[in-house]
Design a binder for this molecule. Sequence first.
Ligand SMILES: Nc1ncnc2c1ncn2[C@@H]1O[C@H](COP(=O)(O)OP(=O)(O)OP(=O)(O)O)[C@@H](O)[C@H]1O
Ligand SMILES: [Mg+2]
Length: 107
Amino acid sequence: MVALVGPSGAGKTSIANLICRFYDPTSGPVKLNGHDLRKVRLASLRRHLAVVLQDTFLFNTTLRENLLYGKPDATDEELIAASRAAYAHDLSCPTAVPRRPATEACA
Ligand SMILES: Nc1ncnc2c1ncn2[C@@H]1O[C@H](COP(=O)(O)OP(=O)(O)OP(=O)(O)O)[C@@H](O)[C@H]1O
Ligand SMILES: [Mg+2]
């Protein structure tokens, strides 16, 4: 495990953004296991990354649609697994009631 630690403005968020390829460096490469990230397929790179934001938010829609934002073709089983992993399954049903607001409790 690696922790990026430093004062505000040191570049922690910039490094995380570069690793995710939210933008590319203006000079020099960012390498992963010796491979320039610009030569790795974006979909392949992103499949191996998970981002946890400092400030979390839900889109103002159902839990199902919030989960599908991360993987539009997810199956019901994957949605349930994701909601359990996020400890959200007790809060709302991602599959049983598709139009249920994200914050409404599961019956
Ligand atoms: N797109 C950009 N172009 C030029 N400079 C930038 C850009 N984005 C960030 N910076 C600058 O790069 C430096 C590093 O910022 P960054 O947000 O990565 O720091 P940080 O370590 O995450 O800080 P914090 O602890 O406050 O979150 C800052 O001086 C910031 O103003
Ligand atoms: Mg930061």
